[in-house]
Design a protein around this ligand. Structure first.
Ligand code: HEM
Ligand code: CU
Length: 635
C-alpha cells in the first residue's frame, strides 16, 4: 500500500510505526539488529562468501582431476580441500542459505508477522553461525583443516591416524555450528505455530512455510546425534575415552550410526526448503493455485519423517545383518512416494495454468529435471547389490550432486531472482537471467553427468589423482570443463543481480502478482513489515483482493495497526485466531556479545586451555543474565 494513496490518519500511523521500529543506521545498526530481514541479509552475504569458498575448492579439485597424474594439489592438501568443500557446502552454505537467509527473510512476511518469535535469539544464531564458520576456516588457512572427508569416519579420524588439530577443528566447529542451527530451528517452530496473521489457520499456511516447519523439526531431532557423536570423538581424542575402540568394548560403527542418523535427514533438510521455494514460484508464474495443496503440504512433512528411518542405507557394506539391510532398503524406496506426489503436483499445476517462463520458473524447471535424474539414481542405490557394487565410486558423487546442486542450488538461484525485487525494490535483467539459466543448466549437466559413467567404470571417490590408460581421462576433462561453464553461469547471475541492484528499473510492491503476503507490502518492506496486520482467508491472501482492499480501511481506522510499541500479534496454534499482542524486543548488543564469548570459548577448547574456556563459559552465562534483565516490559 503506497504512502501517497493513504489518508491523513493512516499517514500519521505509518509515521509513528516508522519511528517505533527504526533501527540505528550504519555498522552499529547491523551489529545490534534484531530485524529478521536484516539478519536474513547477513546470512545471505555470509553464506554466499562460503559458497564462493566451496566453489573455489571444487574448481581446485576439478583442475587436479582434469587429467591423470596432475600436480596441482598434493594428497594432504587435496584431502583438506575435498573435506572442506563438503563441510562448507553443506554446513556453511546450502542450509544456512535456505533457512538462515531465505527462511529468516520470508517466513515472518509470509505469516503476516512483524518478526520472528525470538528476535534476539535470531541474531545470536547468526553470530554463532559466523563464529563457527570462521573457526573451521582458520584450520584450513593454518594448513590443518579437517581432512577425513565430510563424514569423518573413525578410526581414520582418531588421534592415532590424525594426530594434528585437523579433526578437532571439524568436531568442535560442528558442535559450535549445531548450537546455531538448533537455536534457529526452535525460533522457526515457535514463530510458525504462534505468530501467524489472524485467520491463517494451519491449512492456509503457505507451502514454503510448511517446508520450513518440516526442516526445523528435522533439525531439532537430527542434529543432537551429530553433536553427541562429535563430543564422543573429542572426548576420545583429548581424554582417551573408548567410544569407538573395538578393543575396549566400543565400536567404529557407532560413529557411522550416529552420523547417518543425522546425515540422512540432513539431505532432506537441504532439499525441503528448495521444495518450498518451488511451491512459491510455480503458482505465481503458472498463474494457478498449487493443485493438491493439502497433499503437497503432507508430502513435505512425510519426506522429513520417513527420512529418519533410512540412515543405514549409507552402511550397506559394513557387514550389518541382511534383515537390517532389507528393512532400510525398503524404507529408502518409500521416500519415492511423497517425492513423486510433489513432482506431479508441480508439473500438473504448470500444465493447468498459463505459464510464463520467466527466469525463476526456468530454474524450477531445471530443478525438476535434475531432481528426477538424481532421484532415479537414488532408487538404484536402495537396491542393496547395486549399492554394494557402486558405493564409494564417482557414481555416488554424481548422484548427490544432481540432488544437491540440481535440487537445492537451482531453486536457491531461482528464488534469488524471484524475491530480488521484494528485497531491493528493483527488477533484474530478464534476458541476461535467461542466459544465465541456460549456462548454469548446461554447466551442471556437463560437470556431474559424466561422473555417473566414470563411476561405473570403477573410479573411486576421494582419490587425489589417477593413472592414465584407465579410460577415465576424457570424462574427467569434460567434468572440469563443465565446472568452469557452471562457474561462468553463476558469475553471470551474480553480475546481473549486482548491476540490477543499482541500475535495475523500480519493481513496485508486486511485479509478478505473487499470491503470498510478502507481495502485499512495499519493496523493500519497512522494519515493521506491514502497516496493518493483514487478515487471511485463503492460502493465497494476496490474490484475495477484497481482503487487501480492507487493509487500507483498517489502517485508516487503526484496527490491528498495533502502533503502541514494538508489537506483533500472536495466534492460536491450529486455527490462527488472534490470541494476544506481544511486545517484541528491539535492537541489542547482547546477541553479538554472547556470540563473541562463545566463539572464544570454542577457540580455548580447541587449544586445550580448558580453564580459560571455563571462564569464558561463566562470562557467557553472565551475559545471558544481562540479556534477560533487558526483557521488554509486559504489553
Ligand atoms: C559448484 C559446483 C561443484 C563442483 C564442481 C563439485 C565437485 C565435487 C567433487 C569433484 C567432489 C569429489 C571429491 C572426491 O571424492 O575426491 C565433490 C564432493 C562433494 N561435494 Fe561437491 N561440487 C560442487 C558443488 C557442491 C555443492 C553445492 C554441494 C552441497 C551443497 C556439494 C557437496 C559435496 C560433498 C558433501 C562432497 C563429498 C565430500 C567428501 O567426500 O567428503 N558440492 N564435489
Ligand atoms: Cu541417505
Amino acid at each position: 500500500m503506497a504512502i501517497e494513496v493513504l489518508g491523513p490518519r493512516a499517514r500519521e500511523r505509518v509515521g509513528r510505526l516508522d519511528r517505533i521500529w527504526e533501527e540505528r543506521p550504519g555498522l552499529i545498526g547491523w551489529l545490534t539488529t534484531v530485524d529478521h530481514k536484516r539478519i536474513g541479509i547477513l546470512y545471505f552475504f555470509t553464506t554466499l562468501a562460503f559458497f564462493a569458498a566451496g566453489g573455489v575448492e571444487a574448481l581446485l579439485m576439478r583442475t587436479q582431476l582434469a587429467s591423470a597424474n596432475a600436480h596441482v594439489l598434493g594428497p594432504s592438501r587435496y584431502d583438506q580441500v575435498m573435506t572442506m568443500h563438503g563441510v562448507t557446502m553443506i554446513f556453511l552454505f546450502v542450509i544456512p542459505m535456505t533457512i538462515g537467509a531465505f527462511g529468516n527473510y520470508l517466513v515472518p512476511l509470509m505469516l503476516g508477522s512483524r518478526d520472528m518469535a525470538f528476535p534476539r535469539l535470531n541474531a545470536l544464531s547468526y553470530w554463532l553461525f559466523l563464529g563457527s564458520g570462521c573457526l573451521i576456516y582458520t584450520g584450513l588457512f593454518l594448513n590443518m583443516g579437517p581432512d577425513a572427508g565430510w563424514f569423518d569416519y573413525v578410526p581414520l579420524a582418531l588421534k592415532r591416524f590424525d594426530p594434528g588439530l585437523n579433526i578437532d577443528f571439524y568436531a568442535l566447529g560442528l558442535i559450535f555450528n549445531g548450537i546455531s542451527s538448533i537455536a534457529a530451528a526452535t525460533n522457526f517452530i515457535v514463530t510458525i505455530f504462534k505468530l501467524r496473521a489472524p485467520g491463517m489457520s494451519l491449512n492456509r499456511m503457505p507451502l514454503f512455510v510448511f517446508a520450513m516447519l518440516a526442516v526445523s523439526l528435522s533439525l531439532v531431532f537430527a542434529l543432537p546425534t551429530l553433536t553427541i557423536d562429535c563430543v564422543f570423538l573429542e572426548l576420545q581424542r583429548r581424554l582417551g575415552f573408548h567410544f569407538f575402540d573395538v578393543g575396549h568394548g566400543g565400536s567404529a560403527l557407532l560413529w557411522q550410526h550416529l552420523f547417518w542418523f543425522f546425515g540422512h535427514p540432513e539431505v532432506y533438510i537441504i532439499v525441503l526448503p528448495a521444495f518450498g521455494i518451488a511451491t512459491s514460484i510455480i503458482p505465481t508464474f503458472a498463474k494457478h493455485r498449487m493443485v493438491a495443496f493439502p497433499l503437497v503440504a503432507l508430502a513435505e512433512l512425510l519426506v522429513a519423517f520417513i527420512g529418519f528411518g533410512v540412515w543405514a542405507h549409507h552402511m550397506f557394506t559394513t557387514g550389518l545383518p541382511t534383515v537390517t539391510l532389507v528393512f532400510f532398503a525398503a524404507a529408502s524406496m518409500m521416500v519415492v512416494i511423497p517425492s513423486t506426489i510433489q513432482i506431479y503436483a508441480w508439473t500438473v499445476t504448470v500444465m493447468m495454468g498459463r505459464p510464463e517462463f520467466k527466469a525463476p520458473l526456468l530454474f524450477i524447471g531445471g530443478f525438476i529435471a535434475f531432481f528426477v535424474i538424481g532421484g532415479l539414481s537414488g532408487i538404484m542405490f536402495a537396491a542393496i547389490p547395486f549399492d554394494q557394487a557402486t558405493t564409494d565410486t564417482y557414481f555416488v558423487v554424481a548422484h548427490f550432486h544432481f540432488i544437491i546442486f540440481g535440487a537445492a542450488v537451482f531453486p536457491i538461484l531461482g528464488g534469488m531472482y524471484y524475491w530480488f525485487p521484494k528485497v531491493t525494490g528493483r527488477l533484474y535483467h530478464e534476458l541476461v537471467a535467461k542466459l544465465s539459466f541456460w549456462l548454469t543448466f548446461a554447466g551442471t549437466a556437463l560437470t556431474f553427468f559424466p561422473m555417473h559413467i566414470v563411476g561405473l567404470l570403477g573410479m573411486p571417490r576421494r582419490v587425489y589423482t589417477y593413472q592414465g590408460g584407465l579410460g577415465w581421462g576424457a570424462y574427467n576433462l569434460s567434468e572440469t570443463i563443465g565446472a568452469f561453464v557452471l562457474t561462468a553461469g553463476l558469475l553471470l547471475i551474480f553480475g546481473n543481480l549486482l548491476w540490477s541492484r543499482f541500475r535495475g528499473p523500480y519493481a513496485g510492491p508486486d511485479p509478478f502478482f505473487g499470491g503470498t503476503l510478502e507481495w502485499t507490502t512495499t519493496s523493500p518492506p519497512p522494519h515493521y513489515n506491514f502497516a496493518v496486520i493483514p487478515r487471511v482467508t485463503s492460502p493465497y491472501p494476496n490474490w484475495d483482493r477484497a481482503d487487501r482492499d480492507e487493509d487500507a480501511r483498517r489502517l485508516e481506522s487503526g484496527e490491528l495497526v498495533l502502533e503502541e510499541g514494538h508489537e506483533t500479534p500472536a495466534s492460536t496454534v491450529r486455527d490462527g485466531y488472534l490470541d494476544e499482542v506481544l511486545e517484541m524486543p528491539s535492537e541489542s548488543w547482547w546477541p553479538i556479545t554472547l556470540g563473541l564469548l562463545v566463539t572464544v570459548l570454542f577457540v580455548m577448547l580447541l587449544l586445550g586451555h580448558f580453564v580459560v574456556a571455563g571462564i569464558f563459559g561463566a562470562l557467557a552465562v553472565l551475559a545471558l543474565g544481562g540479556w534477560h534483565a533487558q526483557e521488554p516490559a509486559e504489553a
